[in-house]
Design a protein around this ligand. Structure first.
Ligand code: GLY
Length: 309
């Protein structure tokens, strides 16, 4: 077993910190939380934390989760508004509560209770792009009644204005042979208010089991929720499949989806031996991810494997 860290290109602001901490013997949850906090605070990453794209109403709603692969305790927050570090609030759900997930006003209430840092997450550039979208897509009549208008048609336009950028995902196998995962996102731009992606849904957006491995997904959470992708990969490994084949099976599960939002998904997976695989399904461009292995001086970028559904 050799320690490993896998994160996607959105993890750039935090990957060095997480790798340093793992190299120094830190536990995976601490190292992942520290790295994701840097991503959440970095406004150049437009799909995570502060600087993330807003929902249809122009409000930034954030989702995050962590899972401990030893205990299967998880913590998740969804549709959280006004806080800088959803990953830390998710971690505290894991540490302090008898629950696994809080959403909306309940998540905000808990964040206030633990003294979490608040933040105005809608940065001026995101507001400008949202206002341009609003002006181009909302009818004169609806503008007068806004926000008391039907949103169902408008959310068909949910997109990522920066194609290919997404949730940040971190997977680690640490010095203690423990496997952990953490994810954080602002979800799709112009999403229906209250929409949760896969990130806060344990088993869809991430899963970890120190006996076998971990997986985390980015892209269209609607697909990985339906296929239970992250849990499925770990379960396929438990059933005896190699990491390679477990990911192939999960891709095959995505291939069976009919109707609904079919888009791109990137799967990140590691196993207990320190092997890993990162595959983008339906990607329209070449992506990279970060890899750090115990003994490496620093993380390095690797090309993502591309597969069409
Ligand atoms: N994978 C992130 C989302 O669907 O929100």
């Amino acid at each position: 077993m050799a320690g490993i860290l896998v994160t996607n290109s959105e993890g750039t602001p935090g990957v060095g910190r997480t790798a340093e901490m793992l190299a120094a013997g830190a536990g995976g949850l601490d190292a992942i939380e520290a790295g994701i906090r840097l991503v959440e605070a970095d406004t150049s990453i437009r799909t995570v934390g502060r600087g993330g794209w807003p929902n249809l109403l122009g409000e930034v709603e954030l989702d995050a989760a962590m899972i401990d692969g030893n205990t299967f305790r998880s913590g998740a927050v969804g549709a959280l508004k006004g806080f800088l570090h959803p990953i830390t609030i998710a971690r505290q759900v894991l540490e302090q509560l008898p629950h696994e997930m809080l959403v909306g006003e309940g998540a905000a209430r808990f964040a206030r209770e633990i003294g979490a840092a608040t933040s105005d997450n809608l940065i001026p550039d995101s507001e400008r792009v949202w206002r341009e979208w609003f002006a181009a897509n909302v009818s004169e009549e609806d503008r007068e009644k806004w926000p008391d208008v039907p949103l169902a048609d408008l959310c068909q336009q949910a997109i990522d204005p920066e194609k290919g950028m997404d949730t940040t995902v971190f997977l680690s196998l640490d010095e203690q042979a423990e496997i952990m995962a953490g994810v954080s996102t602002s979800g799709w731009a112009w999403k229906y208010p209250g929409r949760l992606g896969d990130s806060p849904i344990i088993g869809a957006g991430c899963y970890a089991d120190s006996r076998f491995g971990a997986a985390a997904c980015t892209g269209a959470g609607e697909m990985t929720i339906r296929a239970g992708t992250s849990r499925a990969i770990v379960l396929y490994m438990k059933m005896g499949l190699s990491l390679e084949k477990a990911v192939d099976e999960a891709i095959d599960d995505l291939r069976q989806l009919r109707g609904g939002l079919i888009q791109r998904v990137t799967i990140h997976a590691i196993d207990k031996t320190g092997a890993h695989r990162v595959v983008a399904v339906n990607a329209t461009e070449q992506l990279t991810y970060w890899l750090w292995r115990e003994g490496d001086d620093a993380p390095h970028a690797e090309p993502v494997e591309l597969v069409a559904l």
